[in-house]
Design a binder for this molecule. Structure first.
Ligand SMILES: C[C@H](N)C(=O)N[C@@H](Cc1c[nH]cn1)C(=O)O
Ligand SMILES: [Zn+2]
Ligand SMILES: [Zn+2]
Length: 475
């Protein structure tokens, strides 16, 4: 059966879909900012209403509360929905997140981050356009287009959308475990669209993710910020201690210096090494995404392996430090440094935390400072790895081919979606990552975008995936 009519409907409706994306990009659902919590909850409600408009039955789950900045806030709702309950059809569970990373125009955006703006090249620029509002909306547009042309959906779809993914998916694991034998009982496979192609033109299917352990390092000294002219040279400065500690975590070649971390990494086999030769990726792709020529490795295979199968450590920022323009002469009293470690098979988050704390405590001891140190792991998600030979991947590959006339790359992703492994384990079902966006989308960065082409063809790909799933033989 040809999906031509369905594809044509999507082409014809694309401006409506873009307009809808504009509407939701404008909702500041930043899970990490307490003052945006009401907007984040509203974003969840928007999706509940949209799913109901499409005829899905919905369930709003309140995953509890969160302590943040001395406040207790309600967590945004987990949006569950069921579209179709035909026992003769397969059931696919689609997961996505409606929260976004923070964004300020003064970070360097060329346009307001919460006003979706299309440029001459068809880039739809705005926070969440690719991560992950565009893909989440895309699934719903694919269903709506079926309704418009009177084409029956050949599978049942369950949805699970959360509003805390960018902040460690707090509360979600418990919901999944609780619903595994209830709301998710009939699920045959899982699909997530929340990562990116390796390059700009060739789609991929993804079968692995790195985990992430996010650390806060607080150094406490004087009771309040001080005048550096009056107190400089007379007091142990917390920022100096923090900078010393941070200089010991990772070197400029990206090598993690914390003893024991690299020992846990699964060894590279010959078979795995060969997989990288088949991937279409070169240093030019990396440079295009970086916008500079500042890559560490002198060949693309090493770059790929360091994204996909080795851990990395990134220093993100320092809270409570002076970072504004100007030259304020302050001694910050309690800077909190933030860094994360991306973990890979066979790393265990509990062991990572143990090693990080032991190392920082020992290094702090050596500084001979009277300040105090507190290290905590804010959130930790495990790495995930799945079987790309499963029928779910066969359906995904056929969907890609039907829209792009290309065989997708098979990739592992450097980023993290903590809940992926929870779905795989709690439901005991295969999970496929089917990205919509390209390598240069700039998720988490300034000028995040999704190309109109990726958005529109991505909606077609999602619809086609439903049809390929219906056809593929479950083994
Ligand atoms: C890959 C996904 N789109 C994503 O961006 N995930 C985040 C998850 C996270 C964990 N802590 C904070 N955010 C990521 O990989 O950074
Ligand atoms: Zn993200
Ligand atoms: Zn995401």
């Amino acid at each position: 059966m040809s999906l031509e009519k369905f594809f044509n409907a999507i082409d014809a409706n694309q401006d409506i879909y873009v307009q809808r994306l504009k509407e939701i990009v404008a909702i500041k659902s930043i899970s990490g900012e307490p003052e945006c919590r009401a907007d984040t909850i509203f974003m969840g409600e928007w999706f509940l209403a949209e799913l109901e408009r499409l005829g899905a039955s919905t369930k709003r789950v309140e995953p509890g509360t969160q302590e943040i900045g001395g406040r207790t806030l309600p967590l945004p709702p987990v949006v569950l929905a069921t579209y179709g309950t035909d026992p003769l059809k397969k059931t696919v569970l689609v997961y996505g997140h409606y929260d976004v990373q923070p964004a300020l125009k003064e970070d360097g955006w060329t346009t307001d981050p919460f006003t979706l703006t299309e440029d001459k090249e068809g880039r739809l620029i705005g926070r969440g356009s690719t991560d992950d509002k565009g893909p989440v909306l895309g699934w719903l547009c694919a269903i709506e287009a079926h309704q418009q042309i009177g084409l029956e959906l050949p599978v049942n779809v369950k949805f699970c959308f959360e509003g805390m993914e960018e902040s460690g998916s707090e509360g979600l694991d418990a919901v999944i475990v609780q619903e595994a034998q209830a709301y998710f009982k009939d699920v045959d496979c899982v699909c997530i669209s929340d990562n990116y192609w390796l390059g700009k033109t060739k789609p991929c299917l993804t079968y692995g993710l790195r985990g992430v352990s996010y650390f806060m390092v607080s150094v406490k000294g004087p009771a309040a910020d001080l005048h550096s002219g009056v107190f400089g040279g007379t007091v142990h400065e917390p920022m100096t201690d923090l900078v010393q500690l941070f200089s010991k975590l990772v070197d400029s070649q990206g090598r993690i210096l914390i003893p024991g971390i690299m020992d846990q990494v699964a060894p590279l086999t010959d078979e795995e090494r060969k997989l990288y030769d088949g991937l279409e990726f070169d240093t030019a792709d990396l440079r295009a995404a970086l916008g500079t020529e500042t890559e560490i490795h002198d060949n693309s295979i090493d770059s790929l392996m360091h994204r996909m199968r080795y851990p990395s450590l990134s220093i993100h920022g320092i809270e409570g430090a002076f970072y504004a323009p100007g030259s304020k002469t302050v001694i910050p009293s309690n800077p909190i440094g933030k860094f994360s470690i991306r973990s890979v098979p066979n790393m265990d988050p509990a062991r990572v935390t143990e090693l990080v704390k032991a190392f920082l405590d020992a290094e702090f001891e050596k500084l001979g400072t009277k300040n105090t140190l507190e290290v905590s792991c804010d959130h930790a998600g495990r790495p995930w790895f799945s079987s790309p030979n499963h029928w779910n991947f066969v359906a995904g590959a056929r969907a890609v081919e039907s829209v792009y006339q290309l065989k997708p790359d098979l990739t592992r992703e450097g980023g993290s979606i903590p809940v992926t492994l929870t779905f795989q384990e709690a439901l005991d079902k295969n999970v496929l990552l089917l990205p919509m966006g390209a390598c240069d989308d700039g998720a988490h960065s300034i000028n995040e975008k999704v190309d109109r082409r990726n958005f529109v063809e991505g909606i077609k790909m999602f619809g086609s995936y439903f049809h390929e799933l219906a056809k593929v033989v479950m083994e």
